[in-house]
Ligand binder design. Structure first.
Ligand SMILES: Cc1cc2nc3c(=O)[nH]c(=O)nc-3n(C[C@H](O)[C@H](O)[C@H](O)COP(=O)(O)OP(=O)(O)OC[C@H]3O[C@@H](n4cnc5c(N)ncnc54)[C@H](O)[C@@H]3O)c2cc1C
Length: 485
């Protein structure tokens, strides 16, 4: 009997657990440890944040699904990994703390044969003074944050409906934040919702970003094929913002928020501030903060994790200049180089370096996007890791057959720009590969025929159908495994 423990039940962890259970015979155990009772389809939080979806439409309770699948579920937070066991435990184990019920706060240990770290990002609001829910800005990074965002935004809309002018600021809340796509999507949805309510002229909306040029999205921008023409994402993105009358501030690192004011530094070193009545700013991300200990309980956290808390995998972490970045630096097995039975998937793995060119202001402040790891690669790395572990357990395979480098896979990104069956709108972008490969595609860095962008109602339908399809898949409804990641 082998036991696989999955830490985290988000897009990557839940996918991994589902495929492990499907591939492994019943004598083997799959255990999921995650602090929330819910699975959340995070991309649809955007619609919760503009009041077009309810929280219950984007999440469901995990226990029922896991009971049906015969997966053991502990609603708990992992705190430390012990890959060599210790004096008390011969086998490798993970220590966690229950986050609910009578056992809340109680620590417990689960031994493992294989461990998957799928703990996603820690929303590092603390990295920017005054940032985040309960302080001076909002977030849509969890469905609860999105509900709070909508409650605040609704008041702004109501004031605008009474004829008042209001200022809205959306974007990145730290010089090194990523997830520009999500923030950009929220900006467009606010504008589209305001247009639907006929109050767009009462709102002064500003997009603030750490990107050097708009449309960078943390992947160094892209050339996309649109209506037969090759267009840089800069032009594509700027024209969408212009269509809604949204202003923008680029090359900005937000470093401090006070009530109604965001302070930022620009790449040229100048400092400025902007006032707002409502603001949604994405925080910097860090790893979840799990520690690691060796056989004698000595701290080996630095052996498993980078200093930002993301887990080291089979990437090439040698420090390099931007000009030397290569797709070959990116991981493809997600296996820890130190312990072959540990893997990190989704956002939890440490990328080798950014994709966008790293930049610093003249004062030395880093102001450029960290690399994004969107839903599609998170799902794909979850599935391939599950298949690899299942092959090891069931067939004793020593080598890793399934590989999934972000330098080889494509990703589809649908940026919704308004909700509605007949008047919805979305910008659909596909990039292939995600990490540009200048060796194989010297002209554009990507396969230009698979790197396309379109704006229209069809994109909205696609985004809406993905919402229902992915929730169908996550709930394990009939033929769930046929739906791609
Ligand atoms: C607002 C928003 C919109 C987005 N829209 C899109 C989109 O349209 N398309 C797209 O492709 N991507 C989108 N993304 C990105 C996408 O949501 C992420 O790529 C994806 O969720 C990452 O999956 P993950 O499994 O790595 O992390 P998550 O989905 O964040 O899951 C992490 C899991 O780990 C758990 N966890 C945390 N700490 C611990 C711990 N110590 N122990 C155990 N468990 C722990 C969490 O509770 C959670 O269950 C969006 C992101 C945001 C914030």
């Amino acid at each position: 009997m082998a036991r696989v423990v999955v830490l985290g039940a988000g897009i990557s962890g839940h996918t991994a657990a589902a495929f492990l259970r499907k591939k492994l015979s019943k004598k083997h155990e799959v255990v999921v440890i995650s602090p929330s009772a819910y699975y959340e389809w995070i991309p649809s939080n955007i619609w919760v944040g503009v009041g077009r979806m309810k929280q219950k439409q984007v999440r469901f309770k995990l226990d029922k699904v896991y009971k049906r699948w015969k997966i053991q579920f502990h609603q708990a937070k992992a705190i430390s990994i012990h890959p060599e066991g210790n004096a008390e435990h011969k086998k490798a184990f993970v220590k966690s703390v229950y986050s609910t019920g009578d056992q809340q706060g109680q620590e417990f240990v689960v031994e493992y044969d294989y461990l998957i770290n799928a703990t996603g990002p820690k929303l590092n609001f603390e990295a920017t003074e005054g940032l985040g829910p309960g302080k001076n800005s909002h977030s849509v990074c969890s469905s609860s944050h999105a509900v709070e965002s909508w409650n605040a935004l609704k008041q702004i809309f109501e004031a605008a409906e009474r004829g008042e002018h209001k200022k809205i600021l959306v974007g990145t809340g730290h010089g090194s934040a990523t997830c520009q796509g999500a923030a950009f999507e929220y900006t467009l949805n606010i504008a589209a919702e305001a247009k639907r309510r006929k109050i767009l002229d009462k709102l002064d909306i500003t997009w603030i970003t750490n990107e050097y040029e708009l449309g960078d999205f943390g992947m160094g921008g892209a050339y996309i094929k649109q209506n037969g023409y090759v267009v840089p994402t800069k032009v594509f993105t700027e024209s969408i913002l212009a269509e809604f009358g949204i202003k923008w501030i680029k090359r900005a690192g937000v470093y401090k928020l006070e009530p109604g004011v965001a302070h930022f530094e620009l790449l040229d070193g100048t400092k400025d501030s902007i006032e707002f009545d409502f603001s949604m700013l994405i925080p910097a991300f860090a790893g979840s903060g799990i520690t690691a200990f060796g056989k004698d309980d000595e701290d080996i956290t630095a052996k498993l994790f980078m200093s930002n808390g993301f887990m080291k995998v089979d990437a090439d972490y040698t420090p390099k200049e931007f000009e030397e970045y290569s797709v070959e630096d990116w991981p493809e097995t997600y296996q820890s180089p130190e312990y072959e039975n540990i893997f990190a998937i989704g956002i939890a793995f440490a990328p080798p370096h950014p994709i966008s060119k790293p930049m610093k202001s003249v004062n030395g402040t880093p102001i450029s996007p960290a690399p994004p790891r969107t839903g599609m690669p998170s799902g794909v790395t979850g599935k391939t890791t599950a298949l690899n572990i299942a092959a090891k357990i069931e067939y004793n395979r020593s080598e890793i057959a399934h590989k999934a480098s972000m330098g080889r896979m494509g990703a589809a990104c649908i940026v919704s720009a308004g909700y509605g069956l007949f008047n919805g709108m979305a910008a659909t972008m596909t990039v292939n590969p995600i990490v540009p490969d200048w060796e194989n595609y010297p002209k554009y860095g990507r396969k230009i025929n698979y790197t396309v962008g379109e704006m229209g109602l069809a994109g909205h339908w696609m985004k809406l159908s993905l919402h229902y399809m992915f929730l169908h898949k996550a709930k394990g409804y009939p033929f769930w495994w046929l739906i791609p990641e």
